[in-house]
Design a protein around this ligand. Sequence first.
Ligand SMILES: [Zn+2]
Ligand SMILES: [Zn+2]
Length: 132
Amino acid sequence: MLTGGCHCGAIRYVAADTPDRHSVCHCTDCRRSAGAPMVTWAVYAASDVRVTKGQPKVRASSEHGRRHFCPDCGTGLFYTNEAFLPGLIDVQTATLDEPDQVMAPSAQVQVAERIGWMSEAHTLQAFDRYPG
Ligand SMILES: [Zn+2]
Ligand SMILES: [Zn+2]
C-alpha cells in the first residue's frame, strides 16, 4: 500500500500500489485549488483509497466536482465526481509520502488550459538546491 497525507498531518490516507492511471492535469480548476501550475492525479476505485486519520473537508468546485482537502492546512488531497467518474477517486499524488513509488504519469491532460511557459519548464536551468 501507498501512504500519504496533508502538510500538517491531520489527514492521512492509504492507497493501493497501482492506480488505474496517473496523469498530469493543467486545468484552471486544479491550478487554482492547488495554487500550483499543475496537479498530478492517480485514479483509483473508491474502495482502493481509505482515509486513516482525520476528516477531509469537501468543497463543490463545479456542478458535480468535489475537492477534498485538509480543513487545517488546506492541502488538496482527492477529487470525486459522481456524475462523470462514478465509483472512482482521484488522489493528488504529490501528497504521497514517497511519490516515486507510484507509476510515473502516462499523460498530460487539459493542455488547452496550460500556462504558456509550462510547455518549456523542463528546459529551465536546474539546481540541486538554490543557485549560489
Ligand atoms: Zn493538514
Ligand atoms: Zn484538472
